[in-house]
Design a protein around this ligand. Structure first.
Ligand SMILES: Cc1cc2nc3c(=O)[nH]c(=O)nc-3n(C[C@H](O)[C@H](O)[C@H](O)COP(=O)(O)OP(=O)(O)OC[C@H]3O[C@@H](n4cnc5c(N)ncnc54)[C@H](O)[C@@H]3O)c2cc1C
Length: 429
C-alpha cells in the first residue's frame, strides 16, 4: 500500500532528497537513494508512476531480447514498498529557494480517488458514460490503477454526472476535492523529468492522425501491451505487411533536431522480431538512414534480424491512403534511386526522444542550464549527472536520449553522487 503524505519518515534525522519525475530514472534514483538510507519525496506530475516505459510491451521472441520493459514493473513495485519513499502523484514543483538546504513548494492537483480506499475493482471505468474520463494505468502496481481526467469528465463540465462516485463500493471517489499545496525542505534534488516523444503531427507529410493505419511506435507499444498482438486499427484485422519508418523527428535538421534518439533502431528491431515471432506470416520492412549500434551483442542481433526483416536504406517521402485502408509508401530504390510505390497494411513511425515540454520552465525554477537541443545540461563533461547548481543532479532522458538500461544506470550514479555530496558515502581514494 502506498504511503500517504504526512506520514513520518522512518528516521527523523536522515537527509531528504526531492526527486522530480516518476519514470524509470526517477524511480531508480529514488530507490537507490532509499538504499543509501536517505528519505525521498518522489514527485510525479501525471496520475501514474512509470513514465513512458511502463506502457511498453515485452518484446521477447525465442528468448528475452533485453528490451528492459519488465525492469520498470519490478522497480515500480520496489518503490511503492519502500518506506523511505513518499510518492506525490499529480504534483509539480511550483517554487524553490535556498542553496544547500532547499525550500520548495509543490502544487498538487486533486486525485479524486483515494489510493488507501480504492480496491481497483474498475466499476468506475466500466460505467463511466464519458469516453476517456476515467483513465486506466498500465501497471497493477500503480495504486490506484484508475484516475480521473477532468478535461473529459462530465462532472467538471456541468456538475450533472456523479456516476463513479455513487457506484464506487469503497466510497473512494470524491469529485469535490480541491488543489493542494505542500511546502517542505530538501537537502538535494534529482531532476528526472524525462522526455517528450516526437509528435508526428509536426511532420505533416506522413499524414499521422489522418490515416488510421499509420501509427507511432508508442501506439504500437501500447497496442501490444494491451491486446498482446498487432492489428490494423481500421478493421482490427491482423496486417499482412508492416513498414517501420525510422528517424521520425530525430536527425531532422529542418526541425533543428540534429541529434540521434539512440533507442529507435533497437526498439523497432526488437518489436519487429517480437511480431514476427508471434506472426511469422507478417512481412516486416524497416526504412532507415543508418542503423545505430544499440548495445552489447549488437552485430549478432542485427544479423539475426536481417534473416526475418527486410531493411531498406531509403527514407520514404510521402505516405498516402491506398485502397482497402492500405497505405502507399513512396521511396527510392536503394541501388539506382528510381521511384518505388509500395502498399503496406500498417505503417509505424519510429518517433524519437525530444526534450520534455516543461524543461524550460523547470530549468528556470531550478536555475539550471539547458543544452542547445533543450535537454538539461550537465555541469561537468566527466559527470553527466552534475549540474551548474550544487546539490542538484540529473538522471535519465531529462539529460539526453538514452534507453531504459542507461537511464537506470545514470540514475544509480546520480543517487551515488547525491550521497557523496551529502557526506553519506565517501569518495573512494
Ligand atoms: C517509442 C519508444 C519506444 C521505446 N522503447 C524502448 C525499449 O524497448 N527499450 C528501452 O530500453 N528504451 C526504449 N525507449 C526509451 C525509453 O522510453 C526511455 O529510456 C525511458 O522511458 C526514460 O525514462 P525517464 O524516466 O528518463 O523518462 P520518462 O519515461 O519520460 O519519465 C519521466 C517522468 O517524469 C514526469 N515528469 C515530467 N515533468 C515533470 C515535472 N515537472 N514534475 C513531475 N514529474 C514530471 C513524467 O510525467 C514522467 O512520468 C523507447 C522510447 C520511445 C519513444
Amino acid at each position: 500500500m502506498r504511503k500517504g503524505s504526512g506520514q513520518n519518515s522512518p528516521d527523523q534525522t536522515s537527509k531528504k532528497v526531492l526527486v522530480i519525475g516518476g519514470g524509470i530514472a526517477g524511480l531508480t534514483a529514488a530507490w537507490e537513494l532509499a538504499r543509501l538510507n536517505l528519505d525521498v519525496e518522489l514527485v510525479e506530475k501525471s496520475s501514474f508512476l512509470g513514465g513512458h516505459a511502463i506502457q511498453f510491451c515485452c518484446k521477447a521472441a525465442d528468448e528475452c531480447q533485453k528490451c528492459g520493459a519488465c525492469s520498470v514493473e519490478q522497480r515500480l513495485l520496489e518503490v511503492i514498498e519502500e518506506p523511505r519513499i513518499r510518492v506525490h502523484l499529480r504534483t509539480e514543483l511550483e517554487g524553490l529557494s535556498g542553496n544547500g538546504r532547499f525550500s520548495y513548494a509543490l502544487s498538487r492537483r486533486p486525485s479524486y480517488i483515494d489510493s488507501q480506499k480504492c480496491s481497483n475493482c474498475g466499476i468506475c471505468f466500466e460505467k463511466c458514460p464519458a469516453p476517456g474520463a476515467i483513465v486506466r494505468g498500465y501497471s497493477k502496481n500503480n495504486i490506484p490503477l484508475y484516475a480521473i481526467d477532468e478535461g473529459k469528465c462530465l462532472y467538471f463540465r456541468d456538475g450533472n454526472c456523479n456516476i463513479c462516485q455513487d457506484l464506487c463500493p469503497e466510497k473512494a471517489i470524491d469529485l469535490d476535492q480541491e488543489q493542494g499545496h505542500v511546502s517542505d525542505k530538501a537537502d538535494a534534488i534529482v531532476v528526472a523529468s524525462g522526455f517528450k516523444a516526437f509528435d508526428p503531427v509536426d511532420r505533416p507529410r506522413y499524414g499521422y492522425g489522418i490515416n488510421k493505419n499509420l501509427i507511432t511506435a508508442l501506439d504500437l507499444e501500447r497496442m501490444l501491451r494491451e491486446k498482446g498482438n498487432v492489428v490494423r486499427p481500421s478493421d482490427n484485422k491482423a496486417p499482412e505487411s508492416i513498414a517501420f519508418i525510422q528517424c521520425v523527428g530525430s536527425r531532422d535538421h529542418k526541425l533543428e533536431h540534429g541529434f540521434c534518439s539512440q533507442v529507435c533502431c533497437g526498439y523497432a528491431m526488437r518489436m519487429a522480431e517480437a511480431i514476427r515471432h508471434r506472426h511469422p506470416e507478417i512481412k516486416v520492412s524497416i526504412f532507415y538512414m543508418d542503423i545505430q549500434n544499440c548495445g552489447k551483442n549488437f552485430s549478432k542481433f542485427y544479423e539475426r534480424c536481417k534473416e526475418n526483416i527486410r531493411f531498406v536504406r531509403f527514407m520514404p517521402g510521402d505516405i498516402f491512403q491506398g485502397e482497402q485502408d492500405q497505405l502507399t509508401v513512396c521511396y527510392g530504390d536503394e541501388k539506382d534511386g528510381h521511384a518505388v510505390r509500395e502498399l503496406f497494411d500498417l505503417v509505424v513511425l519510429s518517433v524519437g526522444i525530444m526534450p520534455g515540454s516543461g524543461n524550460a520552465s523547470l530549468a528556470d525554477m531550478l536555475k539550471l542550464d539547458l543544452d542547445k537541443h533543450g535537454f538539461f545540461a550537465s555541469g561537468d563533461s566527466l559527470d553527466s549527472t552534475s549540474t551548474i547548481r550544487a546539490g542538484v543532479f540529473l538522471a535519465g532522458t531529462a539529460q539526453g536520449p538514452k534507453d531504459i538500461a542507461d537511464s537506470m544506470a545514470q540514475a544509480g550514479q546520480a543517487a551515488h553522487r547525491v550521497a557523496q555530496y551529502l557526506g553519506v558515502v565517501q569518495c573512494p581514494k
